[in-house]
Design a protein around this ligand. Structure first.
Ligand code: SAM
Length: 230
C-alpha cells in the first residue's frame, strides 16, 4: 500500500549545498531560513496561535538524498563513516521514505512565512508538516543515546584578518549574522572523517550568496581565508 503526501511549503535556507550543514539542528543558532508556506496554508489561518510557541518540529523530505531501494544499514559520519548500523538506529539522510525531523527556533510568524533559526536544512527542502514543540512531552530528562551521547566536539576557528573584514561586510549587506554562522558551522569540522587535511588543501562552501574558503593550518584548527561573492 502506498500513500501520497504533498509539501506544505519549502525552506529558503542559508545552506546552498549539503556540505558544512550541521548534522543536527541547534548546533548553529545563526543558521537561519524562512519556511514559505504553499496555498491553502499561506493565508494566516493555518499558523494562528503559533506566535505563542518558541520552537517547532519540522517534518521534511531529504529531497537531495531520495533513493528507490531502501538501505537497511548505514554508516553514519558520527561513527567515522566506517561502522555500519541499522538505519533506524540513526538519523541518516538515506532512509525509507526520506523523512527528516528537526526542532528549530521560531523567530517570527507572518501569515504565509515562518522565520526560523538553528536549522539544519538545505535550501529548497520540501516541508511536509509543522508541529509546535511541547516541552513537557518532547524533552525527556532521563533519555540516553550511547551512540551519540554528546554534541560533536568543536574545533577552533581562526580568521585571516581580510576574511573577517569580508565576512563582516557581507553580513551587514545580507542583514545576517554571517561571522557567527561561519564560525558555528566550521567549528563542527565539516570535512569527512576519513580525510586527513593537508595545510595546502583548500576547502569551500557557499552560505547565502557568499563562498567561504578555509584550510587546516594544523590538526584540530581551521583558518578562514576568504569570504567572497562569486
Ligand atoms: N535533524 C534531521 C533529522 O534528524 O532527521 C536531519 C539530520 S541529517 C543527519 C542532517 C544532514 O542532512 C545535514 O548535515 C545535511 O547535509 C543533510 N540535509 C539537510 N537537508 C537536506 C535535504 N533537503 N536533502 C538531503 N540532505 C539534506
Amino acid at each position: 500500500m502506498s500513500y501520497q503526501v504533498s509539501p506544505i511549503g519549502y525552506v529558503r535556507s542559508c545552506f546552498k549545498e549539503k556540505f558544512a550543514i550541521p548534522r543536527q539542528p541547534q548546533l548553529a543558532p545563526a543558521a537561519r531560513g524562512v519556511l514559505e508556506l504553499c496555498a491553502p496554508f499561506d493565508g494566516g489561518d493555518a499558523v494562528q496561535g503559533l506566535e505563542q510557541v518558541s520552537h517547532v518540529w519540522l517534518l521534511f523530505l531529504f529531497h537531495q538524498a531520495l533513493e528507490d531501494t531502501p538501505r537497511l544499514k548505514v554508516r553514519p559520519p558520527r561513527l567515522g563513516g566506517n561502522r555500519a548500523v541499522g538505519v533506524f538506529a540513526t538519523r541518516a539522510t538515506h532512509r525509507p521514505n526520506g523523512i527528516g525531523q528537526s526542532v528549530v527556533r521560531l523567530d517570527r510568524v507572518d501569515k504565509g512565512r515562518l522565520w526560523l533559526s538553528g536549522i539544519d536544512l538545505l535550501d529548497g527542502t520540501p516541508v511536509l508538516d509543522v508541529k509546535p514543540y511541547v516541552p513537557y512531552a518532547d524533552s525527556v530528562a532521563d533519555a540516553h543515546n550511547h551512540m551519540a551521547a554528546d554534541a560533536p566536539i568543536r574545533i577552533e576557528v581562526r580568521w585571516q584578518d581580510s576574511a573577517l573584514t569580508q565576512a563582516r561586510e557581507h553580513g551587514m549587506r545580507l542583514n545576517e549574522p554571517l561571522v557567527e554562522l561561519i564560525e558555528q558551522c566550521l567549528a563542527q569540522d565539516p570535512r569527512p572523517a576519513y580525510q586527513q587535511p593537508q595545510p595546502e588543501r583548500r576547502y569551500g562552501v557557499r552560505l547565502w550568496d557568499v563562498d567561504v574558503h578555509w584550510h587546516y593550518p594544523q590538526p584540530g584548527c581551521i583558518r578562514v581565508l576568504a569570504v567572497t561573492v562569486p
